[in-house]
Design a protein around this ligand. Structure first.
Ligand code: ITT
Length: 178
């Protein structure tokens, strides 16, 4: 069993499809520090959560990085999604539509924190497309595809996604140390 500390049910649903290990979701409402990197946010989240839960656990911090906006919204993606939304990002970006999603999983095993990263490059769609998924899924088309993440089933998104990659790296680490 693994504890996943998150308030985001979508993230948890995606991760559950990637493993047979039971994933127990807990929302500890951990404070997200204001930092320039996902790594710092995730690491400090895991350090906050472990002593409160008293069990090994992981957090995941992720974001959308737009090339035309020099990486914005990046670690501020949650806030920017709630304020500007998908439409707002599309309005900010015109010529250069390249972007990537990144995910960092921070696992506290009781003595230390280990980080696992995943990234997927792609482009921003011209318009919002699809109803599945969450967040910026309706505007992100992964490399090699013509559909947005929001037009894919979870299993398919997982094959490409930043979160799928980070979690797969985390599971291979667990298989080595356990
Ligand atoms: P927790 O911190 O509680 O896990 P959260 O939704 O606040 O949940 P983040 O702080 O990591 O998570 O915010 C990342 C934001 O980036 C998220 O709210 C989405 O708007 C966006 N995002 C990250 N991964 C995404 C994905 O796979 N698809 C669409 N949008 C994503």
């Amino acid at each position: 069993m693994l504890y996943f500390i998150t308030s985001n049910n979508h993230k948890c649903a995606e991760i559950r499809k990637l493993t047979d290990i039971p994933i127990v979701q807990r929302d500890l409402s951990y404070p997200e520090i204001q930092a320039d990197t996902l790594q710092e946010v995730a690491e400090s989240g895991a350090e906050y959560c472990y002593p409160r839960l008293g069990e090994p656990c992981f957090v995941e911090d992720s974001g959308l990085f737009c090339d035309a906006l020099r990486g914005f919204p990046g670690p501020y993606s949650n806030y920017v999604y709630r304020t500007l939304g998908c439409e707002g990002i599309l309005r900010l970006v015109s010529q250069n539509r390249n972007a990537h999603f990144a995910s960092v999983i921070a696992y506290h095993d009781g003595s230390e924190v280990n980080l696992f990263m995943g990234e997927i490059r792609g482009t921003l769609a011209e318009t919002i497309k699809g109803e599945k998924g969450f967040g910026f899924d309706p505007i992100f088309i992964p490399e090699g595809e013509t559909r947005t993440f929001a037009e894919m089933e979870t299993e398919e998104k997982n094959l490409y996604s930043h979160r799928g990659k980070a979690f797969t790296a985390f599971i291979s680490y667990l298989n080595q140390v356990r």
